[in-house]
Each structure stands twice: as C-alpha cells, then as structure tokens.
Write a protein that binds this ligand. Structure first.
Ligand code: SAM
Ligand code: FES
Length: 362
C-alpha cells in the first residue's frame, strides 16, 4: 500500500480500483498520516484555522434518513434564531478571534433568499474583514447567485455520497444525487469557495462508494471537504445502524490531504463525539480546520443531528479555550484570520498571515 500512498502524494490522483484497494484494506495508516502531516505542514505550517459555527435554524423541509432534525422527527423542539441573535453570536465570536462565520441550518422555508441575503449583508457590514460561509442546503442557481451577490464567500454542501444507488439508500426519492451535484457545480461556477463532503461509515457505504467520492472530489476540486463519521440518532430510520469508525474517518482524511494538498479539511465535532481525542487525531491525520460552536447555549441541544453530540453545554469562550489547549498539546496553533486556501507550498502562508494576526483564545 505504501506504493499507492506515495503515488497519490506525487500525482494527486489514483484509478478507481486503486482507491478501492487502499480504502478496503486501510493498511499503513501510520505511514499515511505521517505523509499527510508533512504535506499539511508544507502548506499550512502548524496553523489550524477556526470557523465559528452558528446553527441558526433546525427547521427543515427534508427527510434525510440519517439526520436528527429531519422533517418527520416530531421529537425535535424547533427553533430559529433572529437576525439580531445571529449578529450577537458573530459579535461574541469576533471578540474571541473568529474571522469566519459559518451560518448553518436545515432547509428552512422561512429563511428565503431575501432574508438570507439580508442576513449575509448585515454580517458583512458588521465584520467586513470576515468571511461568511453558508450551509443551508440545495437551492436554484439564481438563489445561490443572490447570496453570492449579497457577499457570501463560501458554501458548504456535502454531496453525502457520489454513488447514485447509495444516495437513494440515504435519502427519500425527492432528493437525488444529480440535483445535489448540479448545486455543487453551480456554486463553483458562481465563484463561491465550495465545500463538499460525506459521512464515513454511513449505512450501505462500500469501498466502491468511497472510491467514487474520491473520484468526484478529484473532478470537482472543492476548496474544502467535510468528512465525519456517521453517528446514529435514536429518532431516525437509521437508529439501529452502526456508527462509522474513527479509523476509517482518519484514513479518509489522510487520503484527502494527499489528493489535494491545500484542501481545507475540518476535524469535525462528530469525530470528537466518537473518540474523546478525535479532533486531535483528525489534525494528526492531516486535517487543518476546527469549527467551534458559537450558537447560544440554550439552543445547542436542539441541533442534534446525531446522539451524544459534544460541546452542547459550554459557552463559546469555554469551548475555544478547551480546543485551543487541545491543539497546543499536539503542537498546533489556532489562528485568527479568515483562513483561505493556501495557494502555494513553502511556508509562506504561515509567515505572511499567521504571524501578522497571532494566535487566538489565549
Ligand atoms: N441543511 C444543510 C445541508 O443539508 O447541507 C446543512 C445542515 S446538514 C444537518 C449538515 C450535515 O450534517 C449533513 O451534510 C450531514 O453529512 C451531517 N449529518 C447529518 N446527520 C448526521 C449523522 N447522523 N451523523 C453524522 N453526520 C450527520
Ligand atoms: Fe435537513 Fe438534516 S434533513 S438538515
């Protein structure tokens, strides 16, 4: 497997059968992580970027089988933050050093194009030096364009799986892989920095499905890819399914770092949920982003996508302190700037940007 890992590092692509072999066997994991860390260091030094996550609505018109806030889960207490509440989260986040805000929510019809565009304009007016990322699901190209014109910089829309049959196993019939892919290509065409991604170990996922994910990411060339383990939620159709493993998630993070050296790769909350050192292990496998929660503590538990989600009880400042200490312990530093993708290797990125703004949360 070392041969394939080396070739991936050199050529940034593999054939489908090669991906399948690597993923099915998951061999030489420590070697993979060492290579991934070294590539990550070349582009990003020991910097870890942070994005302040604001989960601003848990209303959703969709019914994804895996998701705790799906429409048909009557056990969810629904909430929607007002513009003022969201701006307040940003203000507190800004004081803590955040320079990217991720506004994430279910597909909530109340937040139509006008309201979302107004929200984006307001955040950008209050914090012109910050990047705004949206993660609010599938929309028409026209809607995406309006949000881009309002000032949104980035958009996260996990493709969930690049295998159409597997997509059908995870979603009801009204959601299709073709529609999801159209959205991602539209976002790219418009000029967003785009994040796709998928859950590791989702029900029915095979090494062939994951090989398709890798081929899709090779083609799409996203700026970011969100990979976290699937974790069952007790009020969903997948309540009795097994969770994805830490090992598979880490292995996929390592492969993605070699596939696209400057990729923004979060070490996710889901990874920290299935392993108490999951976020540190994610960074050590090649990830370079963390996304602490800035949502008001009062609503955190209501945005339960899966069971036992961590960081739902502490104020943002506490979470940041904890995460900063965790990163420091493994030799990394959370930095206070927008964290756009590095354009070239060589450590310039770190010297140019990080030293100007310094670390945060100290
Ligand atoms: N509505 C937006 C969307 O669909 O992109 C954003 C919210 S959605 C809840 C964000 C992501 O959470 C999904 O893309 C999915 O991969 C992840 N997710 C949902 N349920 C999950 C689960 N049970 N375990 C792990 N991740 C989950
Ligand atoms: Fe809509 Fe999960 S089903 S956010």
């Amino acid at each position: 497997m070392r041969r394939l890992i080396d070739r991936l590092e050199q050529n940034h692509c593999l054939e489908k059968e090669e991906w399948i072999a690597l993923i099915a066997e998951q061999k030489d994991a420590e070697y993979l992580f060492e290579r991934a860390r070294s590539v990550s260091r070349r582009y990003y030094g020991n910097a870890v970027f942070s994005r302040g996550l604001i989960e601003f609505t848990n209303y959703c018109k969709n019914n994804c089988y895996y998701c705790g806030i799906r429409r048909e889960n009557r056990g969810v207490s629904r909430y929607r933050l007002s513009k003022e509440e969201i701006l307040d989260c940003c203000k507190k986040g800004y004081a803590l050093g955040f320079r990217t805000f991720v506004l994430q929510g279910g597909e909530d019809v109340y937040y139509d194009d006008e309201r979302l565009a107004d929200l984006v304009r307001s955040v950008k007016a209050a914090h012109p030096d910050c990047a705004v990322t949206l993660s609010v699901g599938e929309k028409s190209k026209e809607s995406y364009q309006k949000l881009f014109d309002a000032g949104a910089d980035r958009y996260l829309l996990r493709h969930e799986t690049a295998d159409a049959i597997h997509y059908g196993r995870l979603h009801p019939k009204d959601l299709t892989l073709a529609a999801r892919m159209d959205c991602l290509w539209h976002l790219k065409e418009i000029g967003f920095q785009v994040g796709c991604g998928f859950m590791a170990g989702s029900p029915g996922q095979t090494p062939e499905c994951l090989a398709e994910d890798m081929l899709f990411i090779t083609k799409l060339k996203p700026q970011m890819a969100g990979i976290g383990p699937f974790i069952p939620h007790h009020q969903t159709p997948f309540k009795d399914e097994a969770a994805g493993s830490v090992e598979l998630t880490l292995y996929l993070i390592g492969l993605l770092r070699l596939l696209k050296p400057n990729l923004l790769l979060p070490s996710t909350t889901a990874l920290g949920t299935i392993d108490k050192n999951g976020r540190e292990r994610g960074i050590l496998a090649g990830a370079n982003v963390v996304m602490p929660n800035l949502s008001p503590v009062g609503v955190r538990k209501k945005y339960a996508l899966y069971d036992n989600k961590i960081c739902t009880g502490d104020e943002a400042a506490e979470c940041c302190k904890c995460l900063n200490a965790r990163m420091k312990r493994i030799g990394y530093e959370i930095v206070a700037h927008r964290g756009d993708p590095a354009e070239e290797p060589g450590g310039n990125y770190v010297q140019r940007n990080v030293s100007q703004s310094g670390g945060i949360y100290q």
